[in-house]
Design a protein around this ligand. Structure first.
Ligand code: SAH
Ligand code: SF4
Length: 341
């Protein structure tokens, strides 16, 4: 049976129309699910009995289980178990300005980045839109706060699960759904060029982040095998198209790996690549994992890298480190759990 959380409002309207039921019923169903957060169709008391029965015959109101939770002062990390026993995780980050949540988009990831826990595990399957929605619903229910922003930076490559991500984004952004503003939603990709272009044509004003992590193809290919398919030049061309189409500034994520991609030459090369593009660079401190060959950049190397970008007029920030003590890089909690069993 289909999970009702997989349905966008338009999907529901379509489904209702096949029974000649008026479209505004979709609004009522959405309000029950996302405002009142009911767990059964019986509780949808302003719907006719016939419609409730029809919903019961066709849909489930699915759930996910919290398998483990780790907590620190500024972060919360959830390990979820899905219906088929697969494990995924989500991280909650508490900022002064609100709560943001990092969700997973797939079980495992086929991109195989050398520094990433998620890439170690080949993709088992894509997450359904409802399974991504449920990460948010479950967190709000368990933690008792309202999520202000969402980043798709957990386990998986979102653009390798494009259709489901688009449905997820529509539901999250829907004023009658989770009602999180498009500008408070960010999708991060390792650089699947055709999907970046397709996303440029998607009408919602969602933020795009590119995991670049290297400033030349040779190095990027070594640490991110997907670069054999989509070169840096092609990615930046697609980014240019995205900016032209959406007028939105794009985030370039750059993971700082000690003595791998953090030299002065790397920084200068990055400046050259990005010159004239409406982007800003977010330097990411590496969360050390079981990939022992990678360690985080020293403070000195990080500062020098930052300064070079700054001097070259590139807007640059360093990502704040959350909950280091709770294996905060997405994929780590899952990896710990799977390796144990
Ligand atoms: N697949 C997408 C989104 C998920 S990964 C992507 O690659 O963009 C989200 C971000 O976390 C990426 O920038 C990724 O390179 C980074 N990342 C992976 N492992 C990390 C680690 N151990 N420490 C810090 N960031 C990491
Ligand atoms: Fe996949 Fe992103 Fe990890 Fe690369 S960094 S393996 S694309 S999740």
């Amino acid at each position: 049976m289909k999970n009702i959380y997989d349905m966008t409002r338009d999907d529901l309207i379509m489904w209702l129309s096949t029974y000649n039921i008026k479209s505004f019923k979709a609004i009522q169903i959405f309000e029950w699910l996302y405002v009142h957060r009911v767990k059964s169709f019986d509780e949808m008391t302003n719907l006719k009995k016939e419609l409730i029965e029809l919903l019961q015959e066709n849909f489930s109101i699915s759930d996910i289980a919290i398998r483990k939770k780790e907590e620190s002062s500024d972060a919360l990390k959830y390990l979820f178990e899905l219906k088929d026993n697969n494990l995924i995780e989500a991280v909650v980050m508490k900022h002064d300005y609100g709560v943001s949540v990092c969700v997973s988009s797939q079980i495992g990831c086929n991109m195989g980045c050398k520094f990433c826990e998620s890439g170690k595990l080949k993709r088992v399957r894509n997450l359904e839109p409802g399974e991504i929605i449920l990460q948010l619903l479950k967190i709000e229910e368990d933690a008792g706060f309202k999520i202000n922003s969402v980043v798709i930076m957990g386990i998986g490559e979102p653009f390798d699960n494009y259709e489901n991500i688009i449905k997820f984004l529509k539901i999250v952004n829907d004023a009658k759904g989770m009602a999180i503003g498009a500008r408070h939603i960010t999708v991060s990709t390792s650089g699947l060029v055709p999907k970046i272009r397709e996303f440029a044509d998607f009408p919602l004003q969602i933020n795009l982040a590119i995991s670049l992590h290297a400033s030349n193809d040779k190095l990027r290919e070594e640490i991110m095998p997907i670069n054999k398919v989509y070169k840096i030049g092609d990615i930046l061309e697609a980014v240019k198209y995205y900016i032209e189409k959406t007028n939105r500034r794009v985030t370039i994520e750059y993971l700082l790996l000690n003595n791998v991609n953090d030299s002065k030459e790397d920084a200068n090369e990055l400046c050259k690549l990005l010159r004239g593009l409406n982007v800003y660079v977010n330097l990411i401190p590496y969360n050390e994992t079981s990939h022992l060959e990678f360690v985080k950049s020293s403070q000195k190397r990080k500062d020098e890298f930052f300064e070079i970008l700054n001097r070259n007029g590139i807007t640059v920030t360093v990502r704040r480190e959350f909950g280091g003590s709770i294996s905060a890089a997405c994929g780590q909690l899952r990896a710990n759990e799977v390796n144990k069993s």
